[in-house]
Design a protein around this ligand. Structure first.
Ligand SMILES: Cc1cc2nc3c(=O)[nH]c(=O)nc-3n(C[C@H](O)[C@H](O)[C@H](O)COP(=O)(O)O)c2cc1C
Length: 385
């Protein structure tokens, strides 16, 4: 008999029922051609659906061409981009997973090198490869730090255009067959750079106090919710704290989450950092496993909406405890899934939630359940000997 598991219990959000609480976190692959998905994305995302995740997220998909982090990012700024993603969403659904797209604009952290080319701003070495830098945009004309590209301050017309482009991207994502859309407002990218007092020094209605700095994101979310079908869930990823002196705080996040709830957001995906450099590859003391879980718990408890925890969730037991204790509704894994695309299926085995290998694709499960019996018999025999 399967052991009862919170992690492997279904969750209904609007008209969508997720098979379990495990989510593959958005992860840039730097492998698209002018934003268009290709076979890499099909195999990369498809294997996570085969691997039993409840939700499979695409990487950040740029709503404007200049909103890409690198030349290799996915985009969703034209119908051709949506068309290229539609086969992937179909495959993910056929595996019993839900497909999710992260809608994004990189703002002043656009025009970067792929990690294996240096992970810094595009420079002459990239020019020689034919990968020119482009003009980056931001709430204020301030770079992320020394050596980073200098952004131009956005006009209010440019802000309106970005908001409309997020909405158009949501419409296309629906046409491409996605079940979930997420607005990326974390890691120092455009929306996060509007939120943070570290990067937003505007004198107009999009800057100033928390409500002014939140305006760009709230307008974006309102437009996306209007363009995204009523029955489909909407997530927002935030950096719950900037981690910078005088930066965006958890208290700010809770207040923002209440506003987002009022606009029809279903889940707050709680990450952190990135305003003054890299989020996941941040320098400094190594974070502890589950270091961002307290943010998901605080938002869930204090703002009263569902949350997703992410960041150094390393074991099945850890993920199970997060959901069982009510700290978050969903648990996202990133690098662990790169290491083992079958992480969710293996987690179900180790929690004894799937003793008969029923959750595995039928092409594999029948064989693997018999293999398990052989291994059991061998272990027994060697124990008897
Ligand atoms: C290769 C890679 C690419 C990433 N790209 C994105 C991205 O496109 N959008 C995003 O919000 N986070 C991105 N992240 C962060 C992950 O979604 C996740 O929050 C982070 O890796 C922490 O989770 P983990 O410890 O399970 O890897 C990326 C992380 C990795 C490793």
């Amino acid at each position: 008999m399967p052991v009862e598991s919170h992690l492997f219990s279904p969750l209904k959000i609007r008209d969508l029922t997720l098979a379990n609480r495990l989510v593959i976190s958005p992860m840039c692959q730097y492998s698209a051609g002018d934003g268009i998905a290709n076979d890499w994305h099909m195999v990369h995302l498809g294997k996570f659906a085969q691997g039993g995740a409840g939700v499979v997220f695409t990487e950040a998909a740029a709503v404007q061409r200049r909103g890409r982090i690198t030349h290799g990012d996915l985009g969703i700024w034209s119908d051709a981009h949506a068309q290229a993603l539609s086969g992937i969403t179909g495959f993910i659904r056929s595996m019993g997973s839900a497909s999710a797209i992260q809608l994004a604009h990189a703002g002043r952290k656009a025009a970067m090198q792929r990690p294996w080319h240096g992970n810094g701003p595009l420079d002459d070495s990239d020019r020689q490869r034919g990968e020119e830098p482009w003009q980056v945009i931001a709430p204020s004309a301030e770079p992320v730090g020394e050596g980073w590209l200098l952004p131009v301050e956005m006009t209010s017309a440019e802000i309106t255009q970005v908001v409309e482009d997020f909405a158009a991207a949501a419409r296309r994502s629906d046409q491409a067959g996605f079940d979930i859309a997420e607005v990326h407002a974390a890691h120092g990218y455009l929306a996060a750079s509007f939120l943070s007092p570290v990067s937003n020094h505007r004198a107009d209605g999009y800057g100033g106090d928390r409500s002014g700095r939140s305006r760009m994101l709230l307008e974006t979310v309102e437009a996306v919710r209007g363009a995204w079908p009523e029955g489909k869930p909407l997530f927002v990823r935030v950096s719950a704290v900037d981690g910078a002196p005088k930066g965006w705080s958890l208290e700010d996040t809770v207040a923002l989450a209440k506003d987002l709830k009022g606009l029809g957001v279903d889940v707050i995906d709680c990450s952190s950092g990135g305003i003054l450099g890299s989020a996941t590859a941040a320098k400094g003391p190594p974070p502890q496993p589950g270091f961002q879980v307290p943010y998901a718990r605080a938002v869930k408890e204090e703002a009263g909406l569902r949350t997703q925890a992410v960041g150094l969730v390393l074991t099945a037991e850890q993920a199970e405890a997060i959901v069982a204790k009510g700290q978050a509704d969903l648990v996202a894994i990133g690098r662990e899934a790169l290491l083992d695309p079958n992480w969710p299926l293996n987690a179900a085995l180790s929690l004894e939630a799937d003793p008969e290998w029923n959750q595995w694709p039928k092409q594999y499960g029948w064989w693997l359940s018999r293999r398990a019996k052989v291994l059991e018999a061998l272990a027994q025999a060697s124990g008897d000997a």
